[in-house]
Design a protein around this ligand. Structure first.
Ligand code: DON
Length: 365
């Protein structure tokens, strides 16, 4: 924009003075000498995301999952970070258009749906809410307590949770699942058919787990259908922003902070967060909680989402995984972002001591 001519400025000053705002105008320096306006301070959220992106973008550790053949073909260089606050503001950096399959992160939202339909005791009384200390598809963990004393974040508990969603037909169950996920993400989600087919052709171990959970009475009927629906839910396609919005909905007491849509009852959210904290990163959940304090969930597609209750949801996609099946870069980037923003819900300042008068008055009574 070109500068106004000086004569225009003088005329404008006289007009403003006549209008009674002389103090402001008289104090203003001549136009040519005016200091440039200070750049607006960068948002601390955006700065945290950009900082974490720059710090970890060149880290090349870990390896794509390959026990599901389609996952081995995903670009290992995808690296996107997104954060959504409980007042509905979204911040992103890196690759946020690429999508990966949601995989085990889906377990959180299927659990949420079961808790909404049947109450929190249904989960605790069926598969349990305790860590197994085993890998996510452990059969030893099923055998140890005949399918009890585990949780809905590991495969046996997750396939069982899927089997608990009410519906007269497979379609009815599926529609409930995908609409729940879509409400949390704030947009209609769909299935990556290549990933679904690839896992359906190679998921014999999960089929065996489903049959065992049926044999022990945790799955009441149609174990192979439960396994198939579970496989399809794992193939739902998401980007980093979708995952961050899903996490932010949990951070915001179950109501999507962007769309305003209630997705689950606020009273049930702590039950879901508790299991995420206990088992969201499998046998590395303790290390994760120690580092961040955040309930979180990983998926072998390379995504991790984490919840800072009452503050924000944050998510990262980066496909290469560590030995426990958790994205290497996602763990590091989320920890960095959260620690920069004070996201740890266990970190608090001591309360200010009471003034001495207040104490002495109390004693006299
Ligand atoms: O059932 C499976 O093996 C996969 N569909 C999901 C496993 C998974 O994402 C474990 N997460 N880190």
């Amino acid at each position: 924009m070109s500068k106004p001519a000086r004569s225009t400025i003088s005329a404008w000053r006289s007009t403003v003075a006549a209008a009674g705002v002389i103090l402001v105008v008289a104090a203003a320096p001549a136009f040519a000498k005016a200091k440039p306006a200070a750049a607006p301070a960068a948002s601390p959220y955006q700065a945290a995301l950009d900082g974490a992106y720059a710090k970890f973008k060149d880290l090349h550790e870990g390896k794509n999952a390959d026990y599901i053949p389609a996952l081995a073909k995903v670009d290992p260089n995808i690296f996107g970070i997104a954060l959504v606050t409980v007042d509905g503001k979204a911040y992103t950096t890196g690759d946020i258009t690429s999508e990966v399959s949601i995989q085990s992160i889906s377990k959180v939202f299927t659990m949420a749906r079961v808790v909404e339909e049947q109450g929190p005791d249904a989960i605790q009384n069926n598969m349990g809410v305790d860590a197994t200390g085993q890998v996510f598809n452990s059969i030893v963990a099923v055998e140890q307590y005949k399918g009890s004393e585990m949780n809905p974040m590991v495969n046996p508990g997750a396939i069982t949770a899927t089997s608990m969603i009410g519906g007269a037909t497979r379609d009815e169950v599926w529609n409930k699942i995908v609409s729940t996920y879509s409400d949390f993400a704030g947009r209609p989600l769909s299935v990556n058919q290549e990933v679904f087919k690839s896992e359906a052709e190679t998921n014999q171990r999960n089929q065996a787990i489903a049959m065992l959970m049926y044999a022990y009475g945790h799955i009441k009927a149609n174990p192979l259908q439960a396994c198939d629906v579970y496989t399809e839910q794992c193939a739902v396609s998401v980007n980093a922003k979708d995952l961050a919005e899903m996490a932010a909905t949990l951070a915001n007491g179950g109501t999507n902070p962007v769309t305003g849509k209630p997705c689950m009852t606020a009273a049930n959210v702590p039950k879901v967060l508790a299991v995420m904290a206990t088992a969201g990163l499998y046998d590395d959940s303790g290390k994760w909680l120690y580092a961040t304090g955040l309930p979180a969930k990983s998926g072998v597609g390379g995504g991790i989402l984490a919840v800072s209750p009452g503050k924000f949801g944050v998510a990262v996609i980066s496909p290469p995984l560590d030995a426990a099946g958790n994205s290497v870069k996602a763990q590091k980037a989320i920890a960095e972002v959260s620690n920069m923003l004070g996201g740890n819900p266990y970190a608090m300042k001591p309360a200010a001591p009471k003034p001495p008068e207040a104490n002495s008055k109390k004693k006299k009574k």
